[in-house]
Design a protein around this ligand. Structure first.
Ligand code: ADP
Ligand code: MG
Ligand code: MG
Length: 191
């Protein structure tokens, strides 16, 4: 993927976050503090403004701008985690981007920062299967399906990381908000 295609991807992610803001709010109200939709929408709105103001000329510059903007605007747990993911993606990106490779770098960044393991009921539970699908030669559609399955698999899980972990067993029965937003990041590739 080149800079134009990657920029279109990020813009579509921003659109999907805005369209699903209420859903993310509901999910985070059930097992967190209810701000994930607002946090992410504020961040991606700022990202779109930054892209409008000065369109990045390389994939690396694009991901760096996204990462820095998310870190400064999103806050909470998800701001630094998404921010780290995009900064790692910037470091892994060349002139043309191989999706599986950069998303692997992003996933590794999230894990390095947040120390979540599979099954902890976090964004990692949706991102990891998608990355593994791409690394295994799967299509974007297959990666999206893998993320969706990973997201849905968080429903019965008891959270072991982040605010939802304060609820203990009561965190079971709802999809994880971050697993839901990161599924939208994959879904944005299908546009
Ligand atoms: P906060 O919990 O600070 O209000 P958000 O509501 O924006 O932040 O984000 C919550 C999401 O962050 C969770 O649904 C989860 O997916 C993700 N998250 C929290 N802690 C971690 C962690 N240590 N590793 C990976 N993801 C995490
Ligand atoms: Mg929250
Ligand atoms: Mg919060």
């Amino acid at each position: 993927m080149d800079t134009a295609a990657l920029t279109a991807w990020i813009r579509e992610f921003a659109r999907l976050i805005a369209a699903n803001k209420e859903l993310l709010t509901e999910l985070d109200s059930a097992i967190g503090d209810g701000d994930h939709g607002v946090n992410m929408d504020r961040g991606l709105t700022a990202v779109v403004s930054a892209l409008d103001a000065e369109p990045p000329e390389t994939p690396s510059a694009l991901f760096k701008k996204v990462g820095m903007t998310l870190i400064s605007k999103v806050g909470g747990a998800s701001g630094p985690l998404y921010g780290t993911a995009f900064l790692r993606m910037a470091a892994a990106a060349g002139d043309s981007v191989e999706l599986g490779k950069v998303l692997r770098a992003g996933l590794d960044g999230v894990v390095a920062r947040g120390k979540a393991e599979p099954g902890d009921k976090t964004m990692v539970d949706a991102l990891r299967p998608a990355v593994e699908a791409l690394e295994g030669g799967g299509s974007v559609q297959e990666a999206v399906r893998a993320a969706e399955q990973g997201r849905d698999a968080t429903i019965p899980m008891v959270a072991r990381k982040g605010r939802a972990s304060y609820l203990g067993e009561r965190s079971a029965g709802h999809a994880d908000p971050g697993a839901t937003s990161v599924t939208l990041l994959l879904k944005a590739l299908e546009a």
